[in-house]
Design a protein around this ligand. Structure first.
Ligand SMILES: [Zn+2]
Ligand SMILES: [Zn+2]
Length: 444
């Protein structure tokens, strides 16, 4: 069973608007079976969920009786607290609920704490980490199956993100830190990177899309696979016990915060940008273009946390219990192969449906290469098939990799050493600082 337990309704902003009709139409092609509803604490969305969903099994809901898709009640909230030195940190946190009744009781409680809820994703303002811990422990006491999960832990808005950094989970979550059983990897990290951090050694990693739209390259772009009965408590128990078959990960290098850097378009940057591997970040983390502090990437931050928590681990040195695959959204591979930049163009979608009528997208990444080749031969252009096989084989890279809010740029059939990126690219308007250094080649 493939789970994607973190999404957003149309109320949370971002691109697109999620409707159940769209989710029901697209997810069978993706192969996703259980989807988070998003924003279930937002009053008008909660009312709509109550109106259109019917309980199928305990804590699991259906929109359409005949469909293969089930729903779990879910929201993300932003918790803020002072973390020392006058710095206030905001941390995205995922919450799963076993019932509408538990949502009502949580709403009442956090309403009393002055929660702001105007954009779908509510804000809960706390004084200190101690306060955060007490409040979350109180929420959990409402129902032991309310599951509170630090979301995309290494992005700037995650608990271990580079904004107002804290070095241990308790530095933000207070006493609740020891109750955390599950964390979400987020698009910018995978189990390999997270296993650098000693504090995560006994915690389950799950992957979700965090999609703001049900588009084919958004919802289901990360997922978690388990074998369990289709009811809420069984799903939560499997996740808590790390009884997970595997996770499919958006490649962290494609994620928007992998490397340290500054994107083009920032103040003092015009078209110039820079990106660095951890060992190449300039002294003091200062941008060579604008002179301000660089946005520290996920990779650098994870290595730093490893050191701070006393381990000095290196990538690849730690084993991880649960297997995972790196995937690239299939529509991106198709549009790349056909040389079309729009991933929702008619031709791209046509090829997408030809492929997913043979095998859904989740299974595509777990199935053996020989079987995929046999099933897809002659169905689509050879270039698409060749590129799917290359991605399955790990023969692709992102150049440049993601940094400072920019997604990485997919290149299939080439590899790159992500430990050795030292890239300063200046626009023609910028000062002449010589040729860009490092691996970046604009002609690629
Ligand atoms: Zn978030
Ligand atoms: Zn800069």
């Amino acid at each position: 069973m493939h789970l994607d337990l973190h999404s957003h309704s149309g109320y949370a902003g971002g691109v697109g608007k999620t409707s159940f009709e769209d989710v029901e139409r697209n997810m069978p092609y993706k192969g996703i079976n259980v989807v988070g509803t998003g924003d279930c604490l937002f009053p008008s969305w909660k009312d709509e969920l109550r109106r259109v969903l019917r309980e199928e099994g305990h804590g699991i809901f259906k929109f359409n009786e005949d469909s293969s898709i089930s729903y779990v009640l879910q929201t993300e909230i932003i918790i803020t607290a002072e973390v020392g030195g006058g710095r206030r940190k905001g941390v995205h946190t995922l919450i799963l609920f076993p019932s509408f009744e538990s949502i009502d009781r949580v709403s009442e409680k956090i309403g009393g704490w002055g929660m702001k809820n105007t954009v779908g994703r509510p804000f809960l303002k706390c004084e200190t980490p101690i306060d955060v811990g007490e409040k979350l422990i109180e929420l959990k006491s409402i129902d032991e199956y309310i599951e509170i999960i630090p979301a995309h832990v290494l992005t700037p808005e995650g608990v271990f993100g580079s904004k107002a950094p804290v070095d241990h989970l308790s530095g933000f979550y207070g006493e609740f830190a020891s109750d955390i059983r599950i964390i979400e990897t987020g698009l910018s990290a995978d189990p390999l990177i997270l296993s650098l951090i000693p504090e995560f050694d006994d915690i389950s990693f799950i992957s979700n899309s965090d999609a703001h739209s049900p588009a084919l390259d958004r919802m289901g772009r990360e997922f978690t696979t388990i074998e369990s009965k289709r009811d809420y408590a069984s799903i939560i128990d499997s996740l808590r016990k790390n009884d997970i078959v595997g996770t499919a990960e958006f490649n962290p290098v494609e994620g928007r915060y992998f490397l340290t850097g500054h994107r083009a378009g920032r103040a003092g940057h015009d078209d110039s940008f820079c990106a660095f591997s951890p060992d190449h970040t300039p002294q003091g983390g200062i941008c060579p273009i604008c002179g301000k502090r660089l946005t520290i990437g996920v990779y650098e931050r994870a290595l730093e946390l490893s050191r701070i928590q006393g381990a000095e681990r290196h990538i690849g040195e730690m084993g991880y219990e649960v297997p995972f695959v790196h995937m690239v959204p299939l529509v991106e591979i198709i549009s790349y192969s056909l040389g079309i930049s729009n991933t929702s163009s008619k031709k791209v979608i046509d090829r997408y449906f030809r492929i997913t009528s043979r095998i859904n997208e989740c299974d595509l990444w777990f199935e053996k290469p020989e079987s995929i080749e046999k099933r897809l031969e002659g169905i689509v252009e050879y270039s698409i098939l060749k590129n799917i096989m290359a991605v399955k084989d790990g023969n692709f890279c992102f150049n440049p990799a993601g940094y400072d809010g920019e997604y990485g740029n997919l290149v299939i059939g080439k590899s790159i050493d992500y430990d050795n990126i030292n890239m300063v690219c200046l626009s023609e308007k910028g000062q002449d600082r010589g040729r860009p250094k490092g691996h970046y080649d604009a002609s690629e």
